[in-house]
Structure formats: C-alpha cells, structure tokens
Write a protein that binds this ligand. Structure first.
Ligand code: Y12
Ligand code: CO
Length: 173
C-alpha cells in the first residue's frame, strides 16, 4: 500500500524514532509499504518517520549508471548505527520530504554501519560514495533531522525564502 509522505515543515519529521523491538509481520508490512511508496515517488532512500511511523527503519535502493533500480539492490536497515566514520565529502542532496529542493551537504566520506535485517539478523557494512551519503541522510531522519539543517546560515535563509514563495504560489486564490 502506497503511503502519504510527510512534507517539511511537518513537526513529526523532528521526532526521535524508537528502536524496533519486534521483527514481526507488522514490521514486514511497514517495510513493504515504504518500498512501494519510495518507488512510486522516484526515491532512492526513505525513513519510516517520512511516512509518519517513528521507528528506526530505513530503506535505500541506489540506481545503476542507467538510473534503473532493482529489487535485489534494496537495503532494509533496522536500528542502524554508524560505528565508524572517516573523511569528508560534499554531495547535492534531495529528499522526498523537501520536494524540489536540492543543495550541497557535507558528510563523512566513508562509514561502517551496523544494522539488523527484517528477520532480526545483525549485519555490518562499509559504505562510501552515494551509499555512505544515503545512509547518513536516512539515519539523520531517525534522529529527527533533515538535510536542510546542515546548510550554512545563508543557504538556509535562501531555502526558507524559496519554500515560503512555493507555499504561497501553491495556495488557492
Ligand atoms: C543521496 C542524497 C540523498 C539521499 C536521500 C534520499 N533522497 C531521495 O530519495 C530523493 C528523492 C527525490 C525524488 C524526486 O522526484 C523525482 O525526481 C521525480 C524529487 O523531485 C521532486 O520532488 C519534484 C526530489 C527528491 C540519498 C542519496
Ligand atoms: Co530525506
């Protein structure tokens, strides 16, 4: 089932998400619904709080060079924790909860992440490039943070100005 995505400045996006305790059918249904929602909106990453569920669960599905996404490349990460990070890189990020806005964000270049699968199996992966960016972006959502909070003061002001204009234009006359 496709779910509605919370859009900035929805206050629920600032919530701290809770650890998942039960790796049961309701978690599996949530992950399946999140995947359907992410695909339908051309996303490459989605956190549970973006569909209004404050649980520490996220999805990432990076496209290949042609822009295609495959089900076998889907990463489902439950209770993810960054246990090591190195370096610094900048990438122009976007977010389904901040549609049509993209800006440069600095993050660690390389990370090691511990997480659990939907069956409760512990995994550890090393990530760099786009995967490292995506993990950090999505884990920030689990802690109630959006990428726009990482912008400089001036870039954030530019964003707020553009966002206000967009809301005004989308309002009914
Ligand atoms: C690198 C940077 C950020 C992430 C987090 C995941 N971000 C997304 O999945 C963003 C998706 C997105 C999709 C949009 O829709 C289309 O392109 C059709 C979009 O455009 C509009 O809203 C108009 C904006 C963002 C992972 C890795
Ligand atoms: Co996002």
């Amino acid at each position: 089932m496709k779910l509605p995505i919370l859009v900035y400045p929805d206050r629920r996006l600032k919530e701290q998400s809770h650890p998942v305790d039960n790796f049961d059918a309701s978690l599996h249904k949530l992950l399946d619904d999140m995947n359907e929602t992410m695909i339908a909106n051309n996303g490459i990453g989605l956190a549970a709080i973006q569909v209004g569920v404050p649980l520490r669960a996220l999805l990432i599905n990076l496209p290949d060079e042609e822009g295609n996404q495959y089900p076998e490349n889907l990463i489902e990460a439950i209770n993810p924790v960054i246990i090591e990070k190195r370096g610094c890189t900048t990438y122009t990020e976007g977010c389904l909860s901040v549609p049509e806005y993209y800006d440069d964000v600095e993050r660690a270049e390389w990370i090691r992440v511990e997480f659990f699968t939907r069956e409760g199996e512990r995994k550890e992966i090393e990530a760099d490039g786009l995967l490292a960016i995506a993990f950090q972006h999505e884990i920030d959502h689990l802690d109630g943070h959006l990428f726009i909070e990482k912008l400089s003061f001036l870039r954030r002001k530019k964003f707020e100005k553009e966002w206000k204009k967009k809301l005004k234009e989308s309002r009914q006359p």
